[in-house]
Design a binder for this molecule. Sequence first.
Ligand code: NAD
Ligand code: AHE
Ligand code: ZN
Length: 369
Amino acid sequence: MDVKAAIAWEAGKPLSLETVQLEGPKAGEVLVEIKATGVCHTDAYTLSGADPEGLFPAILGHEGAGVVVEVGPDVKSLKPGDHVIPLYTPECRQCEYCLSMKTNLCQAIRSTQGKGLMPDGSSRFSINGEKIYHYMGTSTFSNYTILPEIAVAKIREDAPFDKVCYIGCGVTTGIGAVIYTAKVEPGSNVVVFGLGGIGLNVIQGAKMVGADMIVGVDINPAKREIAEKFGMTHFVNPKEIEGDLVPYLVDLTKGGADYTFECIGNVNVMRQALECCHKGWGVSVIIGVAGAGQEISTRPFQLVTGRVWKGSAFGGARGRTDVPKIVDWYMEGKINIDDLITHVLPIEQINDAFELMHKGESIRTVLTY
Ligand code: NAD
Ligand code: AHE
Ligand code: ZN
């Protein structure tokens, strides 16, 4: 069928909205009509050319919501009409990783996903006979996309697509990093580096679990107001403090933070986030995605003396199990998504969404079809 999709033809170039051909679902796959999609910094990262797994031409986008329109053979858990959120971290419930219950990183289809292909090793997207790559197994910058059944979370039908699409990445990543990865306890002191679409959800999660001090660090002072609305108790602009940031934050948190979260993708900030943790027990969680070739470093003594460095992908959430619950939290008013969606644009204006992000003027832009 013909679909409308934004193609990333090459790194660093604007996306181009075109009519693309999409093949129907094969065994174990479903065809989903995407109704809305958020634009995450990771889309910009891959488009920039910094992603070692970045492939072109591709259809980016990984923060969508929509409706199942057709199911392929052997699909058991989904039917046409189901409302769904695509999962870039699937949940097969059968692989060694899923069964370990120690990680959310299902590996059932990870190798083909990283090559921009469906699990059978082929692409379903093409334009005039030329192959177009999938992205993160989701390609939500297309009004229709094909997904493996294990990469689809079924959600309640009264949830608005243009809000809950954000649960497909940013909301789950931020809140999940607090509750599933770090398991922040009530009364903890927390420092969040980067107050964008992810960091503000970390703040929201920290407030939910009853953190005491919630310090937000950002070089953009315009982020202060919204962060305070979501529960930030102290704001630090690294450009405005005198001296080094790490001792400043250790002083502010009276000995160091219990938990820190890096939500930028800057390896120098990752080091600061580790080193401002409390000696003996502070845990630093890396969420930000850094470019090809970049590495983190610190003195091993930082770890010898009890600080812990961890990472979190998709907030440690098991998508098919946890995403429907997070949708319920939104529908029950337990979490705020509406105030983080600062812009809603038609898909035709997708390049404006990237520009708003780069200028620091948006938290999340949602694109509708
Ligand atoms: P964003 O652009 O909305 O927010 C980034 C924020 O960092 C901005 O507010 C910016 O002002 C701030 N910032 C930039 N440089 C800074 C510095 N040196 N010091 C302090 N603040 C600084 O991006 P986002 O959508 O929130 O994504 C954040 C990061 O998380 C990206 O690297 C993205 O790729 C990554 N990410 C990871 C996962 C995961 O599963 N691990 C999921 C989603 C996004
Ligand atoms: N392709 C990059 C890594 C990108 C990355 O770390 N992605 C996160 C999700 S970011 C969502 O906005 C993730 O889930 N990682 C786990 C995984 O298996 O990809 C690279 O460096 O190669
Ligand atoms: Zn994302």
